[in-house]
Design a binder for this molecule. Structure first.
Ligand code: C2O
Length: 592
């Protein structure tokens, strides 16, 4: 292992001045970050696999790592954190909302007559005092633990913290419902871009590159509030480890009706069952073993083949004056969104609580779900290669506001959210079985797209936009074929589904397959399954339809399917939920 030149020649990242991280708790395995540069996906996978799973063999290395080396290893990102000085030639970053202009009555699944301290909407208490957030100088270093591995003592502590949060006066911004409202306000049209000069355009933190940084900051303050309420600065938010078989059910303690963590608005049929990371809005007849297998394959698909570069992982750009239409990142779409919907209660009109953006934060499970989503950001970067944070200044300079644990309103920036070490937390080291869960071809069937020429329409013969009220099958031409290894490393072959118009108040999902001849579509653990588009219901200001894009990485799939030399790819788009009124403007293949 050796550090890259870049990381050695740049100064260490701005870890809060004077921070002396406390030693890791002995009950957890020491964590580390990649200290080497990786060029090929395979070696990246191998090395992460090694680091994450070979505790016996490599633990010595991991434990003996000097803290300073870890910081140097992170140095490669220091340049990113300093990008404020690069003048923006593009639009402008989105500025934190002016919360005094938080809109009422725009919402969002609130039942008629339902009141909140702020009058029936999800606006926070107003405060004209905003300060720029600074990391505390002596923050304790915390390890976020896997929820299913918690000790009874930790569960009791977590429960007590939530209990206290729930018993704060409703006007207190740290109050449990107020915390839930943060999520509602940022995603149901309560805030406009007025502070960026666009009072008629709303702010939406889903479906774009803002998804990961917004939720990281949100959880950070939530965790600090909980810690301060029980006077334990080491309190760390557990993560719902749905990406490993033992963690694939709702962590047991959430089901205890006497616990503050309990929520009645959950799907009663799912309280003890294996989560379906590809949930279509209804239960399948797959056995638990099949579901576990499919889940691991979905994780591989979304974290590896569909997340080859920053745009694929984080989602598309979203700047001041724009709507977030460029498309959500791989993990945001799936499994993040299906898990929300899988937990949400079908007895409730809007799938409350987790099944709808406005109410998601009212379930304590939301924060553990998102703790694991946030963990995916850390893991993804550990894979190396092109797995780097976005460097666009407009992303880095986007800001949000939150109330901290002292009820102060603070402004935070995306650029300060890139390193969990800077926040003073990391994740418990657990096995990452999906790295070894690459889907396998139903049958490697070279030339299938060729056989279907004349039988299935080519994109040029289809009249777009097409409706997705039934399965769409189309042959998509490949601008390049038989690419060399080098070309493949430089550019990923991407399937782009452009201009997807959908009803944003419905749970919308469709699955995409390549070179799958069968009418009975492949399972996620088969190579032909390319990925899913999924959207959680939410309200927008004065409109119900949204438009966005979807992309899936094809390079590895076409290799595995022995279709590298074909002129076309057979693409099958299968509607799964809320698709009656979806239309698609274009389906194409590009290289990026
Ligand atoms: Cu902001 Cu899981 O949603």
């Amino acid at each position: 292992m050796h550090t890259t030149m870049a990381s050695l020649s740049t100064p260490p990242p701005p870890i809060a001045a004077g921070t002396t991280p406390k030693p890791y708790s002995s009950s957890f395995t020491t964590t580390t970050w990649p200290l080497f540069s990786i060029t090929s996906k395979t070696s990246a996978l191998k090395s992460l696999k090694h680091k994450l799973t070979c505790n016996a063999g490599s633990s010595e290395n991991l434990h003996n790592l000097d803290r300073r080396n870890i910081l140097l290893g992170l140095g490669g990102l220091a340049g990113v954190a300093n990008l404020t000085s690069i003048p923006s030639v593009t639009a402008a970053p989105l500025s934190a909302p002016d919360i005094s202009k938080c809109g009422t009555n725009t919402l969002s699944g609130f039942k008629p007559g339902e009141t909140t301290p702020t009058g029936g909407d999800c606006c926070p208490p107003d405060s004209s005092q905003i300060t720029d957030f600074k990391f505390p100088t002596n923050q304790a270093f915390k390890i976020r633990p896997a929820a299913h591995l918690l000790t009874p003592k930790y569960i009791a502590k977590f429960n007590e913290a939530i209990k206290r949060m729930k018993s704060l006066p409703e006007s207190d911004p740290r109050n449990f419902l107020q915390q839930a409202h943060i999520h509602c306000a940022y995603c149901n049209g309560a805030y406009t871009q007025s502070s960026s000069g666009f009072p008629d355009i709303e702010i939406q933190i889903h479906n774009s590159w803002l998804f990961f940084p917004f939720h990281r900051w949100y959880l950070y303050f939530y965790e600090r509030i909980l810690g301060s309420l029980i006077d334990d600065p080491t309190f760390a938010l557990p993560f719902w480890n749905w990406d490993t078989p033992a963690g694939m059910t709702i962590p047991k303690f959430f089901n205890d009706p006497k616990s503050a963590l309990f929520d009645t608005k959950r799907n009663q049929a799912h309280l003890k069952s294996v989560v379906d990371l590809g949930y279509n809005g209804k239960d399948t007849d797959a056995t638990d073993i099949e579901t576990v297998k499919n889940n691991l394959a979905i994780m591989y698909r979304q974290m590896v083949t569909n997340a080859t570069d920053p745009t694929a992982f984080f989602g598309g750009e979203y700047r001041a004056g724009k709507e977030p239409v460029s498309g959500g990142g791989s993990v945001e779409q799936s499994p993040h969104t299906p898990v929300h919907r899988w937990v949400g209660d079908p007895r409730e009109t809007n799938g409350e609580n987790l099944g709808n953006f406005y109410s998601a934060g009212r379930d304590t499970l939301f924060y553990c779900h998102h703790s694991n989503v946030d963990r995916m950001w850390s893991l993804w970067k550990m894979l190396g290669g092109k797995h780097k944070d976005i460097t666009d200044p407009d992303w880095l300079n986007t800001s949000f506001v939150f109330y901290d644990e002292n009820k102060n309103l603070v402004r935070v920036y995306v650029k300060d959210s890139l390193l969990t070490n800077q926040f003073g937390y990391d994740y418990q080291r657990v096995d990452v079985p999906w790295l070894k869960s690459k889907p396998v071809p139903r049958a490697p069937r070279s030339g299938i797209a060729k056989k279907l020429v004349g039988k299935v329409k080519k994109t040029e013969d289809v009249t777009f936009p097409v409706k997705l009220d039934k399965t769409v099958k189309v042959l998509v031409p490949r601008p390049k074929k038989s690419r060399s290894k080098k070309e493949k490393e430089e550019k990923e072959e991407l399937l782009i589904i452009q201009g997807i118009t959908y009803d944003s108040e419905k749970y919308v999902k469709f699955d995409v397959y390549v070179n799958d001849e069968d009418d009975d579509a492949s399972a996620p653990d088969q190579t032909e399954f390319a990925g899913s588009f999924a959207q959680l219901p939410h309200k927008h200001k004065g409109k119900t339809s949204s438009k966005t894009n979807f992309r899936a990485g094809l390079t590895e799939l076409l290799e595995e399917l022995e279709a590298d030399d074909d002129d076309n790819v057979l693409v099958t788009v299968v509607p799964r939920s809320g698709s009656e009124d979806i239309t698609i403007d274009e389906i194409k293949i590009i290289y990026a």
